[in-house]
Each structure stands twice: as structure tokens, then as C-alpha cells.
Design a protein. Sequence first.
Length: 81
Amino acid sequence: MGRVVFLVVVIGLGVYAFVAALQADATRIRVMPRWLWVAVVVAIPVIGPLAWLLTGQSSQAAIDDEGPLGPEDDPDFLRRL
């Protein structure tokens, strides 16, 4: 029973990382190009998906700090009002 649970977790993690790597915004992908991340996720069952989740994509907080979130946070927009 433990082997079945482990196998389901490994397959689920692999499928999740595969889809996430394919759908990730190109500006968020780090370290390697997308095609290489997809190859690593598929070729190396446990380590590949974990590597993608830990280092392959930048965090959402880093993206949010790059610029204003909405019009009320944009000083240029507020000046034009």
C-alpha cells in the first residue's frame, strides 16, 4: 500500500511540474530554458519536478515588486486624474 501511495505522489508531482513548466510565463523561468526544464522534469522523476518547483520559477512576490499592481498604485496614473 505504501508503494502505491508513493507512486501516485511521484506521478502527481511529475504531472504537476510538467504542466507548470509548460504554462509558466517566459519571464518567470529561471536557470534554464523552458524546453530544458521540461526535459529534466520528464527524464528525472523525483528530482526534476522538485528542482522545477524550488528553483525553476521565480516567486510571485518578486514579480509583484517590479511595478504597480493597479491604477491606484501607479503615480503617473494618479497625476493624470
